[in-house]
Design a protein around this ligand. Structure first.
Ligand SMILES: NC(=O)c1ccc[n+]([C@@H]2O[C@H](COP(=O)([O-])OP(=O)(O)OC[C@H]3O[C@@H](n4cnc5c(N)ncnc54)[C@H](O)[C@@H]3O)[C@@H](O)[C@H]2O)c1
Length: 351
C-alpha cells in the first residue's frame, strides 16, 4: 500500500473518521477524494481502485482494491481503522451493456461485500445510485423518489439491487446507509467512465478542439444533469447530515434538465461557430427510458439541498476549466509547424 506523505495508517481509533473510497480513480472519485481530503485531512481518506494515477498516488494513501475481493477489503478496513466506506466502484450503463457478466460481478458482488463488511464492523456507507434505476414505464417528468423502477440496462438492474440491499441492511442491521441517485455529472478533471450522459462532457472537449461535435444521442433527448461542484456539495451534505433528519436511505437529487440541442445552443453562445450533428446509437435507446426531470424535494427538505450552477454557469465553468489545455495544445502545434517550415526552407532554396 502506498501511504502518501506522513500517512498515519493502522490507527483504529473510532474517534477518527476514516474513509475508504472504492473506485476512487473514476470521474467522481478523482474529484471527491481531494474534496474529502480537504475536509478531513489527507491521511483520513484512503483511495482505492484497480487502476491508479499519478495525482492519486501523490495526493495521499492509495491501495489496490478489487471490490470483488472481500478478504482484501476486510484487511484494508481493519488494518486502517476505516469508519466510513464511500463505494464508487461500478461499471456504468454503456460499459455494462458491452460486458453484462462483468457488470453483474463488479456491481452486485462489490456492493454485497461493502454492505456485509460494513454491518459486521459497524461502518457507515455512502454509495451513489443513479437515474438509471428508472425505466420506460416510470413517469418521465418530475420523477418522484418512490415510483416504478423497472430498468432495462444491466447497470440499472444492479443499482436497484444496491438500493434495496442498502435499505435491507439499514432496516435489519441498523446500518447507516446513504445514497443519492445522481443525474448525469458534468466535470472537467477525469474523463467519464462510459455512461449514457458522457456526451455532455465530450461536447466541451470537441467544441474547443474542433468547433464541432457529433452527438450519440438525439437532439431532443432531455436528461437531468448536474455540475461536479454541485455533485460534491450534495454528496458531502448528505454524508454529514444528522441521521435523525433523514427520512429515507436513497434520495433523488438534480440541478437542471436539458437536451443536447439546448446544451449546444448554450455552448455556441460562448464558442461562436460551434456546430453539432447527431448520430444516435444504442445509448439513445437507453436515454429514452430515463427520466427527463427529477423531483428532489425530499433532499431539499431533509438536508437542505440547493444547487448552484444553472446552464450558462455550467457552460462557462467547463469552458474556463478546459480552455487553457486546448490553447496550449494549439500553441504547441503552431510552434511545431513553424519549426518544420523553417527546417524545410534551406532545402527549398538549395533546390
Ligand atoms: N458519472 C456520472 O454521471 C454518474 C451518474 C450517476 C451515478 N453515478 C455513480 O457514481 C459512482 C461513480 O461513478 P463514476 O462516474 O466515477 O464511474 P467511473 O466509471 O468513472 O469510475 C468507476 C471506477 O471504478 C473502478 N473499478 C472498476 N471495476 C472495479 C473493481 N472490480 N474494483 C474496484 N474498482 C473498480 C474503475 O477503475 C473506475 O476508476 C457509481 O456508483 C455510479 O453509478 C455516476
Amino acid at each position: 500500500m502506498c501511504t502518501g506523505r506522513g500517512a498515519i495508517l493502522g490507527d483504529p481509533s473510532p474517534s477518527t473518521t476514516k474513509y475508504l473510497v472504492t473506485g476512487a480513480c473514476g470521474q467522481i472519485g478523482a474529484e471527491l477524494v481531494p474534496f474529502l481530503r480537504a475536509k478531513v485531512g489527507k491521511d483520513n481518506v484512503i483511495a482505492s481502485d484497480v487502476k491508479t494515477s499519478r495525482s492519486m498516488l501523490e495526493g495521499g494513501p492509495f491501495a489496490y482494491l478489487d471490490v470483488q475481493d472481500r478478504d482484501n477489503m476486510a484487511r484494508l478496513i481493519l488494518e486502517n481503522g476505516v469508519t466510513h466506506v464511500v463505494h464508487l466502484a461500478t461499471l456504468l450503463s454503456a460499459v455494462g451493456e458491452r460486458n453484462p457478466a462483468l457488470a453483474l460481478k463488479v456491481n452486485i458482488h462489490g456492493c454485497q461485500n461493502v454492505l456485509e463488511l460494513a454491518a459486521q464492523h459497524h461502518l457507515s456507507v455512502y454509495a451513489p445510485s443513479t437515474i438509471a434505476v428508472f425505466g420506460a414505464n416510470t413517469p418521465r417528468h418530475a420523477t418522484p423518489d418512490d415510483t416504478i423502477m423497472r430498468p432495462s440496462t444491466i447497470y440499472g438492474i444492479t443499482k436497484v439491487h444496491q438500493e434495496l440491499l442498502g435499505q435491507y441492511y439499514a432496516d435489519r442491521h441498523g446500518l447507516d446507509y446513504r445514497s443519492i441517485r445522481y443525474p448525469g455529472i458534468i466535470s472537467s478533471k477525469a474523463a467519464p467512465g462510459g455512461g449514457t450522459t458522457d456526451y455532455a462532457v465530450e461536447i466541451f472537449h470537441a467544441a474547443l478542439a474542433r468547433g464541432a461535435y457529433t452527438c450519440f444521442l438525439s437532439g431532443d433527448a432531455e436528461l437531468p444533469m448536474m455540475h461536479m461542484a454541485d455533485c460534491l456539495d450534495a454528496t458531502y451534505a448528505l454524508m454529514t447530515a444528522p441521521r435523525e433528519a433523514l427520512t429515507r436511505t436513497t434520495y433523488n437529487v438534480t440541478a437542471l434538465s436539458f437536451t443536447p440541442a439546448q446544451l449546444a445552443e448554450a455552448i455556441a453562445r460562448a464558442v461562436p461557430g460551434f456546430a453539432i450533428d447527431y448520430r444516435p446509437d444504442f445509448r439513445d435507446d437507453i436515454a429514452r427510458t430515463w427520466p427527463a426531470s427529477i423531483d428532489d424535494s425530499a433532499a431539499r427538505r431533509d438536508w437542505g439541498w440547493r444547487h448552484r450552477l444553472g446552464l450558462d454557469e455550467l457552460v462557462a465553468s467547463m469552458l474556463n476549466a478546459l480552455r487553457p489545455q486546448y490553447e496550449k495544445a494549439a500553441a504547441e502545434k503552431a510552434a511545431a509547424a513553424a519549426a518544420a517550415k523553417q527546417q524545410q526552407q534551406p532545402v527549398a532554396a538549395a533546390a
